[in-house]
Design a protein around this ligand. Structure first.
Ligand SMILES: [Zn+2]
Length: 120
């Protein structure tokens, strides 16, 4: 996955959210990334720093939380942790291929802090 295009995507969301909440300067951004996204946090941090220049989030601190992967088996109706980095999971109970990934592919802004324009 291309960290730089992800950084641009995050910035686009941030810009949108900032406008919505009247934030003029973003100081800190918390991002949740699923383990299956194959993103290198250090690379994303660097890409974010580069891409945020001149935007509302310039100089903002990026905090990345990696979300563990979990699968769900429809047959057994159970959820289980996925330890591998592959995208095909096998149910630990029946050995079948899990139908659903319930977490591990997230890529979202969990929270961001900023300051709003106080001068009127
Ligand atoms: Zn099963």
């Amino acid at each position: 996955m291309n960290e730089l295009s992800i950084a641009y995507g995050l910035l686009k969301d941030l810009q949108h959210e900032s406008e919505k909440h009247g934030v003029s300067r973003v100081s800190r951004v918390h991002v949740r990334i699923g383990r299956l996204c194959t993103i290198v946090p250090e690379v994303l941090t660097f890409a974010f720093e580069t891409a945020s220049e001149g935007t509302v989030a310039e100089g903002a601190e990026l905090s990345i939380a990696v979300v563990p992967a979990r699968g769900r088996c429809d047959k057994c109706n159970i959820d289980f942790d996925v330890e591998t980095d592959t995208s095909v999971f096998f149910c630990p109970q029946c050995g079948g291929v899990a139908a659903e990934v319930i977490s591990g592919r997230e890529l979202e802004i969990a929270l961001f802090r900023g300051t709003s324009e106080t001068t009127s």
